[in-house]
Design a protein. Structure first.
Length: 202
């Protein structure tokens, strides 16, 4: 019949009456808790974010820096291989400015590296058994001056290049830094006998 209330309407009305009845039984503290429940959740979320965000950012920066470090190390290794090939074939020795040409090839594909801070050590030896690996730094911890002696045809040559990578992420210094310091030495080396090219022979 049209004037008869529906069962669903009766259920909703009863539910609302029960809610109002229960609200009337709440004490002041309970009513305050109910009223501020949403704001409490919002405050907890803000506090959790403030606690987690610094750690998250530190880990993110650490991952980025380790990735850049590996890219830089791989780049140095690749460029040392390319530049050493030019010494092995005599192309570097036959230029007007051998060290300038070598540096240009070495720095041509470097990434995230200041080429002015590269340590270059190129030495010739009579044989492979005579090769020595002197330190890149003196007793005061300062980089030695660049040595560049690519030799001539048929010489045994050692090519070494090093770079001090400064670690910016604080907690990584203890794990990546040399001696727990704030820098990591990246270096690459190549040893070979030069080809019998038509160039200077010592």
């Amino acid at each position: 019949m049209e004037g008869k209330p529906k069962r669903e309407d009766h259920f909703v009305t009863s539910h609302r009456n029960a809610a109002h009845h229960n609200a009337g039984k709440m004490g002041p503290a309970e009513r305050w808790r109910k009223a501020t429940e949403g704001r409490w959740h919002s405050g907890v979320t803000a506090i959790e974010t403030a606690l987690i965000m610094p750690v998250f950012l530190l880990i993110s920066f650490g991952i980025i820096e380790v990735s850049l470090l590996h890219v830089a190390a791989s780049t140095i290794e690749g460029q040392v291989t390319a530049a050493s090939r030019q010494i092995r074939t005599g192309n570097i020795q036959n230029t007007a400015d051998p060290i300038g040409e070598f540096t240009q090839i070495l720095c041509g594909g470097t990434t995230f590296i200041d080429c002015n801070n590269l340590i270059i050590d190129v030495r010739k030896f009579d044989s492979f058994s005579d090769i020595t690996y002197p330190s890149y730094f003196n007793d005061d911890g300062e980089a030695e001056s660049n040595t560049f002696d690519p030799g001539g045809a048929g010489d045994t040559v050692l090519v070494r290049v090093a770079y001090k990578w400064k670690i910016l992420t604080p907690f990584l210094t203890a794990y990546l830094g040399d001696g727990g310091g704030s820098s990591k030495l990246l270096h690459s080396a190549a040893v070979f006998r030069t080809e019998p090219y038509d160039g200077p022979v010592n």
